[in-house]
Design a protein around this ligand. Structure first.
Ligand SMILES: NC(=O)c1ccc[n+]([C@@H]2O[C@H](COP(=O)([O-])OP(=O)(O)OC[C@H]3O[C@@H](n4cnc5c(N)ncnc54)[C@H](OP(=O)(O)O)[C@@H]3O)[C@@H](O)[C@H]2O)c1
Length: 229
């Protein structure tokens, strides 16, 4: 099956780069995810390019149905090559298509979640199915290359700053704690040692019910990670 070969090739390359064996591998590689970058597409065209674009700078979709990819990923679990498998950027309809054929239930659904895009309905649906939710871009992904210079920055939001001051915490810590208190797995990214330490330091305070409600009120359906057309 070409899909299995393709996934295996990616895993082997990752192991080669990390000079690691299966046990040492990064969690997100050990736990394979199938990612759909747009609601319209199956996934992106396979190959070296992370973001394959055509002559008109539009993303090139994969000809492979993600349902077939899912079946191939189940085989990887059978072979002991990955521990768990999950989905990323799938909407309800796409999750349903996978669930219809799945022998193995997706362990997690990784989606963009932060106070500007709370994803209440999709999170409720995943929970109803017994799928955990992993929140990516929880800090508003300020370093994403396509960020507009004048767009509202989550980490600069005055409301979060005020709540942060009250608890003697940074807006980033408030955002991480907010996600945890919503029962989400949260994956803030940082390459800065002091921030990585700061981002772990979120278990010595508690957001009040009022704080949670206030932060939730920032919802404005603002999706940051989209490939557009
Ligand atoms: N499945 C998907 O389609 C998908 C899409 C997007 C992202 N993701 C994953 O989700 C994870 C996080 O997403 P992300 O990196 O886009 O967004 P993010 O975690 O919301 O934001 C990361 C940015 O926040 C900064 N930052 C981190 N901690 C901070 C702190 N305490 N104070 C101030 N700034 C802080 C980082 O700066 P420094 O690094 O310079 O410290 C970096 O610029 C990544 O692992 C990414 O791979 C998945």
């Amino acid at each position: 099956m070409d899909e299995i070969k393709c996934i295996l090739r990616n895993m082997q390359e990752e192991m080669r780069q990390q000079k690691a064996d299966m046990l040492d591998m990064k969690e997100d590689i050990k736990n394979t995810i199938v990612s759909n970058m747009s609601e319209k597409y199956n996934s992106l065209e396979e190959g070296e390019e992370l973001l394959p674009l055509d002559n008109e700078a539009k993303v090139i979709p994969s000809p492979v149905d993600y349902v077939d990819t899912w079946k191939a990923m189940e085989k990887l679990v059978d072979l002991g090559l990955t521990k768990s498998i999950g989905l990323s950027n799938f909407n309800k309809k796409q999750i349903d298509r996978v669930m219809e054929v799945a022998r193995i239930k997706p362990a997690s659904l990784q989606i963009e979640v932060h106070p500007y895009l709370n994803q209440v309905k999709l999170i409720d649906y995943a929970r109803f199915l017994g799928i955990t939710v992993t929140a990516y871009a929880p800090l508003g992904s300020p370093d994403r290359p396509w960020a507009e210079p004048d767009e509202p920055r989550l980490l600069e939001d005055p409301l979060l700053k005020t709540i942060g001051k009250k608890h003697n915490k940074s807006p980033a810590q408030i955002l991480i704690r907010y996600a945890i208190d919503r029962g989400l797995i949260v994956i803030p990214k940082s390459v800065t040692k002091s921030r990585i330490i700061q981002n772990f330091n979120v278990f010595d305070f508690q957001l009040t019910a009022e704080d949670m409600k206030t932060i939730g009120s920032l919802e404005c359906n603002r999706r940051l990670c989209t490939l557009g057309e």
